[in-house]
Design a protein around this ligand. Structure first.
Ligand SMILES: [Zn+2]
Length: 695
């Protein structure tokens, strides 16, 4: 690998265009499109070798060339023009989503046909073939061999390395039977070992397919290879386990969600990727299903700055017109966005600084509420997994606290001691190595937050008690009936914080727990409505107020507990407060995290909740790079004044300067006796990068 700086400003032109109409791509000219790429100022471009349609953009003999090429070699011409301009070039190749293969090889198809229901996609347009089909694999191998015999790339991207549906084709049936001796089950049941084994098999098959694809490239060309990681936090149906990351040189994916998603996925990929930078791809249109509606410049610019704040490469996606043209205006807009981020790129990189981390489990992308549903129930495609909704909310809440926040996975299980607080947001399924690692972490002095149904399932079925019962100091009784329950804080500080409220109102399922250790302190008890669990009706007397159900019965059932275990602490919340839609629940979660942190904060920004703080350590340069991003939900951002940055606690280094980058304008900082420093950034317009140097 060369030592040159990574290329952070990247581009991709989607070309999923069929060829049944002679007008399609009839005006496409690779040289002209490359001119647009160059006008954008991008320094890395991904070019289509083939698309979801299954048509190839080189004169292939192994597959089907796009008819509009008419003997030309568009891929070769694009590559030559981009190379001439000194650009880095990645190749794009779609797997599993291949209409041409679907139409010509009925026996390769995923069976039954995935409905793709629930999203904005026109699901009926896509043809899916099964990665377990040996002939399809031979076809892909022949295509990749042919490609690399003809062309050289700087990197390669496989799109759609995930399951669009649950496949029961002959190849899948035979493989599952050979591996487990069982038939593919039809009822989702996370208590059933066979169902769990089937899901595990689906995930491992996809990992093995990614391994196969990566190896196809690696055996002929030592270039970075990656697979689209965008659906890695979709639910279990996509079958993407984090093991798949091992077959990516770095992680990246195309994202169409909001700022919370960008922060979450960035933090996840930073710690899961084998190499950095990671890559954040997004379309210039508001969604992949839109061709015209374009994001505002402010929106795209905020996403580009957010990529900087995550030390990520930023790849903008445009989509070609069916005739084969692109809009010069779009590439001018892209140029303006790339120009704003370029001055900061030389300072990117380093180790992410993370005081508080959220643990995300790829085994917990499921829901106990799915038990009993048919495996092909179209509802399952977007069925919410409690762990994922809680994890996403927890990361957002912590980001809003402007702490140094991270996301970890089982890849970090051996090094948990470095984190000050670990959040387990309804981590529903836990394996024994996770239970051991978290228990050891707390015993050795770590601080853990656990919520809801965390640790109530193993990877093979249900568990009678919390798997972390020992370090939580609690036993699980069951779930309280109904979904109107109150938590009644007894801790004075929390009571003060919530004033004028005396309760935290909860509108979802709450776990009933029993204390099993004398070292458990109850921070909040459960209160219930009048005549609980009755809902009340016009002809009964089982209610106290006609519109609402005020707290009435004040039980001694613990709702939030603190267990001192070994040298550490565990807070358990019987309902995931991090997911609360209300200020009181969210604020309570943040307070609990602050309580666990006990002031051990290496970096914190005091300003509005919508300002991002991220920090990377660059020990070779003896500095920390601090990113501040002004990213409200409504753009453009109004400038924020007097952003106070507190830093230094526990870092064991003598800070000598705080400077704005680029330009090195110095900012004063003050220090107190405890080793905590404070710097004030007078004005934050949209984004600011600081260098905190030490000697
Ligand atoms: Zn199959």
């Amino acid at each position: 690998m060369s030592q040159r700086l990574p290329r952070y400003s990247r581009l991709l032109l989607d070309m999923h265009i069929p060829d049944w109409d002679a007008a399609f791509l009839s005006e496409y000219d690779p040289r002209k499109v490359v001119e647009a790429y160059l006008a954008s100022g991008a320094d890395s471009v991904m070019v289509y070798c083939q698309s979801h349609v299954g048509l190839c953009y080189w004169p292939t003999v192994t597959g089907k060339p796009h008819a509009a090429m008419d003997g030309r070699d568009w891929l070769g011409e694009s590559l030559a023009a981009l190379r001439e301009a000194g650009k880095e070039v990645y190749g794009y190749y779609s797997v599993i989503f291949n209409n041409a293969a679907y139409l010509t090889h009925a026996e390769w198809r995923i069976v039954p046909r995935p409905t793709m229901a629930g999203g904005a996609f026109h699901g009926k347009r896509y043809g899916h073939v099964c990665p377990n089909n040996p002939e399809y694999r031979e076809f892909v191998q022949a295509q990749i061999d042919e490609l690399f015999a003809r062309y050289a790339f700087d990197g390669f991207f496989f799109d759609m390395t995930f399951w669009p549906g649950i496949c029961e084709c002959r190849a899948c049936q035979q493989r599952f039977s050979a591996e487990t001796g069982n038939r593919i089950p039809h009822i989702v049941d996370w208590n059933d070992a066979t169902w769990c084994a089937f899901q595990r098999a689906r995930e491992q098959w996809m990992v093995e397919f990614a391994c196969f694809l990566t190896a196809l490239v690696k055996r002929v060309s030592d270039i970075p290879v990656y697979h689209n990681f965008a659906v890695s936090l979709f639910n279990w149906t996509r079958g993407v386990s984090f093991d798949l990351a091992r077959h990516n040189d770095f992680l990246g994916g195309d994202f169409y969600g909001d700022r919370d998603e960008q922060f979450l996925m960035g933090r996840l990929m930073l710690n899961l990727s084998r190499q950095r930078p990671i890559e954040y791809m997004t379309s210039r249109c508001v969604h992949i299903t839109e061709h015209v509606n374009t994001k505002s410049s402010a929106q795209l610019q905020a996403q580009a700055f957010a990529a900087l704040a995550l030390s990520a490469a930023f790849r903008l996606i445009d989509a070609i017109e069916p005739a084969g043209t692109v809009s010069d205006d779009v590439y001018s807009m892209m140029r303006a966005i790339f120009e704003r981020i370029r001055p900061y790129q030389p300072y990117l990189g380093g180790q992410p600084v993370e005081d508080v981390v959220v643990y995300i489990s790829d085994q917990s992308k499921m829901s106990p509420a799915e038990n009993g549903k048919h495996a092909h129930d179209p509802q399952l495609r977007f069925f919410p997994a409690p762990h994922l909704t809680a994890a996403r909310a927890a990361v957002t809440r912590l980001r809003e606290q402007r702490l140094a926040v991270g996301v970890i996975t089982r890849r970090q299980l051996d090094g948990l001691a470095r984190y000050k607080v670990i959040v387990l947001p309804e981590v529903t399924r836990m394996s024994s190595d996770e239970v051991d690692a978290f228990t050891r972490y707390v015993h050795g002095g770590g601080s853990l937050y656990v919520s809801g149904i965390g640790g109530t399932y193993t990877p093979d079925g249900g568990s009678a008690d919390f798997l972390l019962c020992e370090c939580m100091g609690l036993s699980r009784v069951g779930a309280l009936a109904g979904d109107t329950v109150y938590l009644r804080p007894v801790d004075e500080e929390l009571r003060e914080l919530l004033r004028p409220q005396s309760f935290i109102a909860v509108n979802e399922s709450v776990q009933e727990i029993a204390i099993r250790s004398p070292d458990v302190e109850t921070l909040a008890f459960v209160s219930l409505p009048y005549a609980y669990p009755h809902e009340g009706a016009v002809d009964d007397r089982q209610w106290a107020s006609i519109h609402s159900s005020p707290p009435s019965v004040h039980t001694q059932i613990p709702g939030i507990t603190l267990h001192r275990y070994g040298r550490g602490n565990v807070i358990y919340a019987a309902v995931p407060l991090e997911r609360s839609p209300h200020h009181s629940g969210r604020r309570s979660f943040q307070w609990l995290i602050d309580r666990l942190l006990e002031g051990r904060v290496s970096f914190r920004a005091r300003t509005f909740d919508h300002v991002w703080l991220t920090v990377f350590h660059q020990p070779e340069q003896k500095r920390f790079i601090v990113h501040l991003l002004n990213y409200p939900s409504d753009l453009p951002a109004v400038p924020v004044r007097s952003v106070r940055i507190e830093f230094g606690h526990g870092l064991d280094c003598r800070f000598v300067s705080v400077r704005e980058l680029p330009g090195n304008r110095e900012i004063d900082f003050s220090s107190d006796a405890s080793g905590r420093h404070t710097a004030i950034v007078d004005e934050l317009n949209d984004y600011k990068m600081l260098s905190l140097a030490y000697d």
